[in-house]
Structures are given as structure tokens and as C-alpha cells.
Design a protein around this ligand. Structure first.
Ligand code: PEP
Ligand code: MG
Length: 965
């Protein structure tokens, strides 16, 4: 039977705590404790005997004035209900061996609950101030909070990834900016706190070490270190430590630094060979001595009684013994403290390292420790699990399982990076590897080689920039040029060369470290820029090594592990008919460029794709996310016919793009577009859009360096309205949808561990109602010149909606002449499930399937490996849409869909079948969606939609496609 661990601490009420209890000795205190327990129905009076016996076996005194009396296993039957009681003795009570107990926590334990309480208490025992508070606070609530760990200060994070060695900074002030950046990237401070850090004067700690401290609200206070490169080091400056702290989280580190200063050990920090050494040194001073590693055979781990035995043994040695739990956090504690030994959290089978210092003869000590520990320190021992079971190799998800080579007729699914279809022969693009030596010739030669390669790369990128008139390509190439001027990248490399490294080694170390830092960023946009650094890194290495990638003149389908933006920028669509990659996501710059160039791109096909060899005939159907190995020349030919058919179909659909989308049985679907700026309106009208179903207003905010003024906002919304011309064409503006994954640089927001589950959309608006009110004012003002519908993003609960609506009504009261329809987006499963509750209180729903899919299937919408599983056509999403439509119909309101799903012609017919009235999409998809609606009948689509709702997975829905055709 599974035994559940009950946490008696959670049940603790103020009435369980008796402050100012009185007893003349320990025995009377225990009797008083049992009286209280009996009165509360926790135990029978016979439990007293168990508690007394326990004290005779070992003292239950834990340390720092705390004792935890509890019964023996033999008296467990006397416990009616698990619970604890607290007695506090103002003057303290002798608990044996001269130990004074102030707070006595009695445990009525049916089984091993005292171990749970014990674990929870270690934080109090280890902390003098907290223990003091526990013994003196006049408030029982405070006692509860302290015992439950709610007054615990967060632990200081000292992590190698926040230690920057060899930084190209010229002084402490430049180091400060860098350290502040590292602190934000690691979530140690918020952006607002970063500013405060930047304005502080660092404190000169001596020995070239400077300190910068910030009190933080973040739940992860931590330390960033910047060590300047050797050339910039001086007696005055060779290390900056930036520390964010809460309460006294930093105290142990300060103590350690002071100790190191006293012991003249600071140079160890400034000369650390790596970030992890520096982090280790900051976590604790190195302990040097003879040591032994032993596995703990004690059934219940190193709890109070064996810990007390161990401490007693260690106290008897004329030496210091440090104990480290190698299976735990790796921190060494002094073996004389029971509390610190317990805090190791050592469980059965854990490996403990005992290090002996302060003696010339450690052997007998190590032998005694070995025999005491293996015999269980007076506790029952249990056989140890096999070590390899304990330290099973870590599962590497990226490790390739055995990959079967693809054969003719095989199919692989990928993700659509860029739409389209192609049939042709594979050309594999191998990523070149570079061999180089760590140390170069002389500094001048290596510097020259680097400067020349850099010049050459800049010339190449500039030439590509000059040769393009595509705005997307321009933006990306201009950004690459800017990165090539980045002082951290360029000066970082130069400095590393000056330290004796070859140009290749210096460049690789510098660009990779910048890419690694960026990839750690919680901002996905920044994290994606890591790929741009890697791309440039690779290109410069090609130049330095005198290699070049093979260029082919024959049309082909390019296959590679991953494709970089600069490679796509070079490709000629007449030669590269399609690109297939094993890795990669759909939102990368490479994908954006492929879309702009019109090259079909199928990404994330997996390692198996790489088993294809040059010349293999394949069919790449990005529209259906499929790579097929052609089994005959006929199948290639058939694919070419299909490609022509699709082109023909597209041309026909495009010719009829301005016609309405009316189904065979006369039902009209409104087909509108998603835009991000008023200037998009002409483009979407030219594709046949009948209005705007989603104006993502956040782009207006992102385009400014501070919140757009009232006049700027009004002008933008009015401009969209006016450019639409036809007042029958709707304009739906979504209020600001930032936060989480879409940060707004001038809006201070805390870094969040799960930004998609954090302060986003309407949640942010409710935290900043002033911002929302200003936007609503601008929208209502603009609505004076033509109808505007307003919708709100990320609503998950009716009370949230009511608050939003109340704010809207407050602002609208100043515009009695304006009538706006207001609606909400359905992007969260809870909103779809409760659509019947929302529907009576608004005018329309617009379903954001992009977010609805990620929240329903629990897959990050940008996840490179998993996004294939996040298919919005999944029946779970269709069922949520069905629920929403039914609730809307009962309340006579309409439903639109503005997520990517609406842009899929097949899905569009299913949505019509479910009763969706409006489809909003990126405008390129409009002609084909309109054509699909025209070819379908609402009645047949409804039947098909019912079958789709019954499908067991996305594949089951796709299978219906052939029925429709
Ligand atoms: C959606 O989530 O489907 C949506 C349309 O909103 P966005 O893509 O802007 O998050
Ligand atoms: Mg959304």
C-alpha cells in the first residue's frame, strides 16, 4: 500500500500553541503536552509513557532552543489523530545535557510524521534569528508562519552561468552594466531593479574586489560575477560581485568573503580558471583534507537520532570533520552540529563525503567514521540499492535512438516553415567542421587574420543587403551587420587573441559564449537571436578556414540538419526548390526568410530525414507537413501534376478573391484579415479581405519607445478605419496583448518562470488599468469616425471579464454618442468551457486558436521540438470551439476564429460546419479559404464537423479530408 506522508504542520492552528507555558522540568513539560493532546483528541493518556520512553532512548532536543518530543513506535496505537502541539517556555527548560528548550513541539505521530516535521524544522534550527523569533514572538500566527517556513528567506543562487570571466570591460562601471544584465537574464532582479543596480556606486571591498548589492522582490536572489580580461585587471579592479538579496539571504556569502579577505584568499576568486570554480569558491571555501566517501545505510536517512550520534562521535575527535552530501546540494557542513547534519537531507543510499582537517593523523578518524556509519549510527540499516540504479545515466532526449534509414515510399511529418510543394532530388548540405589550434602564431598575425575575415564577412553581408529589396530580408541582414559591429563580439575576440589564442579559438569562444547567454534569456525573441550569432560565427569560420559551402546549379531539394538565415538569404528559388531540415522551428528568421523568398520549407522532420542521400527523389508537401520518398518516377511525375494543379487552383482562387465566400447551400462566411498596423490595410484589401477581424494593437505600442500618446493612438485606429473605406467592413481592435512572451521594453514587468501562464493580456490590463483606460479612450475617440469593435485578450474567468467591462463602461460614459460592440477572445480552455457564462454579457467571441491550442495541449506554441504536437485541428480544440459556438447561439451572439486554424482551407470548412460566422487570418490565405467555402456546403460540412469532433486525434481529423475531397 502506498503510504502517504501526512504533514501535521499544515494542520497547525493558533489554538494548538500555548505561549508562556509553565513547567518545572522536562518531565512536567511532557505531561503538560500530553494533557493538551488528550484534550484535543489527538492521543490517549497512555501516549505519555511513549513520549517519556523516547526521551530515555535519545534526547529529542534538536538545537537552537527547539525540542520535538514524540512517542515510540510501540505507542503508535495510542495516537487517534496525527497532529502537533506547541508549548513555549519563556525562561527555557533544561532538556538534558544542559540543553535549554524554549519551544517544545510535541508530535502525535501515527507513523514517521516526526521525520516530516523534522525536515521542515531544519531551516529554523539553522537560523539563529529565526529561532529567536520563534522563542519570543507574542503572536501564535507568527509561530505558525515560522514553523511552516513561510518566513523563510529565499536561498541565494550562486551559479556558474552567472559568472563572466575574461569580460571585455574597461572598468568597474562597465562591469556594473554587464553584471546588471546578467542578473536580469537569470531572473535575480527585475528590470526595474536592474535600473536601481545601475545607479548604485559599487563598494570597494578591497583586494580589487567590488560589491554591488540590491534588495530584490524576485523569488530567486542570486549573484553575478564579472572578472575583467587580464589586460584590464589591476590592483584596483579585478572582480565585481553583484548580489541581489532578500532579508539576510546574502549573509553567508558576506561572511565567507570576509573570512577569505582575512585569510588573504581573495586572489583565489579573481584568478578562478572557470565560472564553475568561481561559483564553487563563492558557495564555500575549499576544504582540503583527507576524506572518505560512504553510502548511508540507515533506513530513514540521517534524522535526528543518528545525526546526534554522528555529531557526538565527531565532537570526540581532535580534528574538524566536514560532511558533504554528494547526492544532495554538495555543500559541506561541520559535523559537530546536529542541525547542520540533519540539513544535509541525507536519505538511505545517499553518498556522504567526510573530510578531516586540522590533524596530521586522519586515518583512525576516517576508520571510526566508516565503521560507525556502516553500522547505522544506532539506527536500523537496510541493504543499499545498487549504485548504478542510484546514478542511472541521465536520459538525454537529444540522444539519437537507433535511426532506420528511409526507404522509397516512406513518409515523414515535419512542420510548415514556409508553405508550398516541390518534387525533386535531394542535395545534402553538410555542416562543415573546423579543426584549429588553440594558440596561434603571433598576436599580430592572428589579429590581422581576424580583421581580414571580419571585413570580408561584412562585405558579403553588405552585398546581400544591397542586392535585396525585400523588407524582411533587409531587416535581418541589417541586424547581422549590426551584430558584426557589436563590441562584445569583436573586441571580445580581439582581446582573446591578445591573450595568445588563435583567431579561430578566440572567435569561437566569444561568439559561442554570447550565443549561450542569449539562449538563456527568458525573452524568446532574444533567445532566438542566439541563432543569428551562431550563423555569423559559422560564416566567419568558413572564411578563416578558407572553406566554402558547395553551391549547386541544378535544381534540387536541400536537406540539412538546420538552416541558417544567411543561407536562406543566398538561395535562388529556381535552384533550391524546397528545404527540408531535421531540426528547427517555424518562427526562426530562416523560416521568415524562406516565406519571403517563396521557398517551401519543412522543418523539424527529425534525425531520420538525414539518412536520405544525395540524388534521392522526394516530394515535399509543406501544406500537408509531409516529406515522401518517391518510390518511382511516376510518383514524382504525379507530384508535379499536383503542384501544377495547386498553382492553377491558387490562380483561380486569386482571380475570385473579391467575391464573397458563399457556400453551395447559400451560407455566407465573413472572411477578414489579421493586421498589425493601419498601413497593412491596402495589402489585405488587395487579397480580398472583407474587413479586419484582429488588429493586434500591441504592435503600435512596440513601435514606440514609450507609450503612444492619445493623438498617436487615435490617428492609428482612425487611419485603419478610413483606409478600410467601406463601413460595412468590420474593424475589430484587440486591446494591448503584451506581457509574458511579448515584452514591452518601457513597461517594467517582472521576469516570470512561466511567462505564458503569467501576467499577459487582460491580466496585465487589470494590473495597469490606467494603460487600458488610455487605450479605450483613444479607441472610442476613433470610433466617432466609423464603427470599431473592441475585443479583449486572454480572459480566463468571468470576474476578470466583469472588471474589464466595468473599466470599459467607465471610459465609455464619456462617449455617450459612440456605440461599440465589445467581445472577448477565447484563448484559454476555461473561457471556452464557461462560454455560456460569458455569452450573455458581451457581443461576440473571437477564438484565438494559437493560444487555445498551447493551453489545451500543454505545448509551448514556439517549442522547437514539440510544436508538431500542437496542432489546432486536434479534436480537443474543435470540441472547445463547438462548446463556444453552442453557447453563443443560445445567446444570439456570433463567433469568429482569428487564430492560424482559420487560414487552413480544410479547417475553414469544418469551422463553418461548427457554426463559426467569421474567419480572420493573414491575408495571403484569404483567396484559398474563400474558394474552399464556396466549394463546400454548410450542411455537409456540419456532418463532417460532427465526425471531426468524434475523431480520437488530429490525424483522425485529417483523414476526413479525403472524404471531403
Ligand atoms: C491566438 O492566440 O490565436 C491569437 C490570434 O492571438 P495571438 O496569436 O496574437 O496571441
Ligand atoms: Mg493569443
Amino acid at each position: 500500500m502506498l503510504q502517504q506522508e501526512i504533514d501535521p504542520m499544515l494542520e497547525l492552528k493558533p489554538t494548538d500553541i500555548r505561549l508562556s507555558a509553565e513547567a518545572k522540568d522536562k518531565d512536567e513539560a511532557i505531561a503538560l503536552m500530553v494533557d493538551d493532546m488528550v484534550a484535543s483528541g489527538l492521543v490517549t493518556p497512555a501516549y505519555l509513557e511513549g513520549m517519556r520512553t523516547r526521551e530515555t532512548q535519545t534526547s529529542t532536543f534538536l538545537g537552537n532552543g527547539i525540542a520535538i518530543p514524540h512517542g515510540t513506535p510501540e505507542t503508535r496505537d495510542e495516537v487517534k489523530q496525527t497532529g502537533i502541539k506547541v508549548l513555549r517556555f519563556d525562561d527555557g527548560l533544561d532538556w538534558g545535557d544542559g540543553q535549554i528548550a524554549h519551544t517544545v513541539i510535541g508530535i502525535a505521530a501515527k507513523s514517521d510524521e516526526h521525520l516530516t516535521v523534522l525536515r521542515q524544522l531544519t531551516h529554523v534550527i539553522m537560523d539563529d534569528d529565526l529561532s529567536n523569533q520563534l522563542h519570543t514572538t507574542p503572536s501564535p500566527d507568527d509561530v505558525i508562519q515560522i514553523l511552516k517556513g513561510e518566513k523563510l528567506e529565499p536561498k541565494l543562487n550562486i551559479d556558474a552561468k552567472a559568472m563572466r570571466l575574461d569580460a571585455s570591460v574597461t572598468g568597474v562601471h562597465e562591469a556594473k552594466a554587464l553584471a546588471a544584465g546578467i542578473m536580469v537574464a537569470n531572473g535575480y532582479v527585475s528590470q526595474a531593479e536592474q535600473l536601481s543596480l545601475m545607479t548604485q556606486e559599487p563598494l570597494n571591498f578591497g583586494g580589487g574586489v567590488w560589491l554591488l548589492t540590491e534588495l530584490t522582490e524576485q523569488s530567486t536572489p542570486g549573484v553575478a560575477a564579472v572578472v575583467p580580461e587580464q589586460a584590464a585587471q589591476s590592483a584596483d579592479f579585478n572582480l565585481l560581485l553583484a548580489i541581489s538579496t532578500q532579508g539576510r539571504s546574502h549573509k553567508a556569502l558576506y561572511d565567507r568573503l570576509l573570512q577569505m579577505k582575512r585569510d588573504h584568499q581573495l586572489p583565489q576568486l579573481t584568478q578562478a580558471a572557470s565560472g564553475s570554480t568561481l561559483a564553487d569558491l563563492l558557495r564555500q571555501m575549499p576544504i582540503e583534507g583527507d576524506s572518505i566517501e560512504l553510502r548511508l545505510p540507515i533506513e530513514h536517512g540521517l534524522h535526528a537520532r543518528p545525526a546526534a550520534q554522528l555529531a557526538k562521535l565527531i565532537k570526540s575527535f581532535k580534528a574538524d570533520v566536514w560532511v558533504t552530501n554528494l547526492s544532495g546540494d554538495g555543500m559541506a557542513v561541520q559535523g559537530t552540529s546536529v542541525a547542520r547534519l540533519i540539513s544535509l537531507g541525507a536519505a538511505h543510499g545517499h553518498s556522504l563525503r567526510f573530510t578531516v582537517t586540522g590533524t596530521d593523523d586522519s586515518n583512525p578518524i576516517l576508520q571510526q567514521l566508516s565503521s560507525a556509519v556502516t553500522q547505522g549510527l544506532g539506527d536500523p540499516v537496510m541493504p543499499l540499492p545498487e549504485l548504478d540504479e542510484d546514478s542511472a545515466p541521465e536520459l538525454d532526449l537529444n540522444e539519437a535512438a537507433e535511426v532506420r534509414p528511409l526507404e522509397a515510399g516512406d513518409e515523414l511529418t515535419g512542420m510548415t516553415g514556409a508553405p508550398g510543394m516541390a518534387a525533386g532530388r535531394i542535395l545534402k548540405l553538410e555542416r562543415l567542421s573546423f579543426n584549429f589550434s588553440e594558440h596561434g602564431q603571433d598576436t599580430t598575425t592572428e589579429l590581422d587574420r581576424f580583421e581580414q575575415a571580419l571585413d570580408q564577412l561584412m562585405t558579403q553581408v553588405s552585398a546581400r543587403l544591397d542586392a535585396t529589396n525585400d523588407s524582411t530580408k533587409t531587416k535581418i541582414l541589417a541586424m547581422h551587420l549590426e551584430l558584426l559591429n557589436d563590441p562584445e563580439l569583436v573586441d571580445g575576440t580581439r582581446n582573446a587573441i591578445r591573450q595568445g589564442r588563435s583567431a579561430e579559438a578566440a572567435w569561437t569562444a566569444t561568439y559561442q559564449s554570447l550565443a549561450d547567454q542569449l539562449s538563456l534569456s527568458s525573452d524568446p525573441m532574444l533567445a532566438e537571436r542566439a541563432d543569428d550569432f551562431k550563423d555569423l560565427g559559422y560564416q566567419l569560420m568558413l572564411i578563416l578556414s578558407g572553406q566554402s559551402t558547395q553551391a549547386a546549379d541544378e535544381p534540387h531539394i536541400l536537406l540539412c540538419e538546420e538552416i541558417s538565415p544567411s543561407q536562406v538569404a543566398e538561395f535562388d528559388p529556381a535552384i533550391v526548390q524546397a528545404i527540408v531540415t531535421a531540426k528547427g522551428g517555424t518562427t526562426s528568421h530562416a523560416a521568415i526568410l524562406a516565406r519571403a523568398a517563396g521557398i517551401p520549407l519543412l522543418v523539424g522532420c527529425g534525425e531520420q530525414a538525414l539518412t536520405l542521400t544525395d540524388g534521392t527523389p522526394v516530394i515535399v508537401d509543406c501544406d500537408n507537413r509531409l516529406l515522401t520518398v518517391a518510390d518511382s518516377d511516376e510518383s514524382l511525375e504525379q507530384a508535379r501534376v499536383e503542384i501544377d494543379r495547386r498553382k492553377q487552383q491558387q490562380a483561380e482562387a486569386f482571380a475570385k478573391r473579391f467575391d464573397p465566400a458563399i457556400s453551395q447551400d447559400g451560407v455566407r462566411m465573413e472572411v477578414v484579415a489579421n493586421i498589425s498596423s493601419a498601413s497593412d490595410v491596402e495589402k489585405i484589401l488587395a487579397q480580398g479581405a472583407e474587413g479586419i477581424g484582429l488588429f493586434r494593437s500591441e504592435f503600435l505600442y512596440m513601435a514606440h519607445t514609450k507609450e503612444p500618446t492619445h493623438a498617436q493612438q487615435v490617428a492609428e485606429y482612425k487611419s485603419a478605419r478610413e483606409r478600410l473605406g467601406n463601413t460595412d467592413f468590420p474593424l475589430i481592435v484587440r486591446t494591448l496583448d503584451v506581457g509574458g512572451d511579448k515584452p514591452l521594453p518601457y513597461l517594467a514587468m517582472d521576469d516570470e518562470e512561466n511567462p505564458f501562464l503569467g501576467v499577459r493580456g487582460a491580466r496585465l490590463s487589470l494590473m495597469r488599468p490606467d494603460l487600458l483606460k488610455r487605450q479605450l479612450k483613444a479607441l472610442l475617440e476613433a470610433a466617432r469616425s466609423g464603427p470599431i469593435r473592441i475585443m479583449f485578450p486572454m480572459i480566463s474567468d468571468i470576474q476578470e471579464w466583469r472588471k474589464i467591462r466595468a473599466i470599459y463602461e467607465e471610459v465609455a460614459a464619456d462617449y455617450p454618442d459612440v456605440q461599440c460592440e465589445i467581445g472577448m477572445m477565447i484563448e484559454v480552455p476555461s473561457a471556452a468551457l464557461m462560454a455560456d457564462v460569458f455569452a450573455p454579457e458581451l457581443d461576440f467571441f473571437s477564438i484565438g486558436t494559437n493560444d487555445l491550442t498551447q493551453y489545451t495541449l500543454a505545448v509551448d506554441r514556439g517549442h522547437a521540438k514539440l510544436s508538431r504536437q500542437a496542432d489546432p485541428i486536434h479534436p480537443s480544440i474543435l470540441r472547445l470551439i463547438d462548446l463556444t459556438v453552442k453557447a453563443a447561439e443560445r445567446n444570439n451572439i456570433w463567433v469568429g476564429v482569428c487564430g492560424e486554424l482559420a487560414a487552413d482551407p480544410f479547417a475553414a470548412t469544418l469551422l463553418m460546419g461548427l457554426g463559426v460566422k467569421e474567419l480572420s487570418m493573414s491575408s495571403k490565405a484569404i483567396p484559398m479559404v474563400k474558394a474552399a467555402i464556396r466549394q463546400a456546403s454548410k450542411a455537409e460540412s456540419a456532418t463532417l464537423a460532427q465526425q471531426a469532433l468524434q475523431a480520437i486525434d488530429a490525424e483522425g481529423v485529417y483523414q476526413l479530408k479525403s472524404k471531403e475531397a
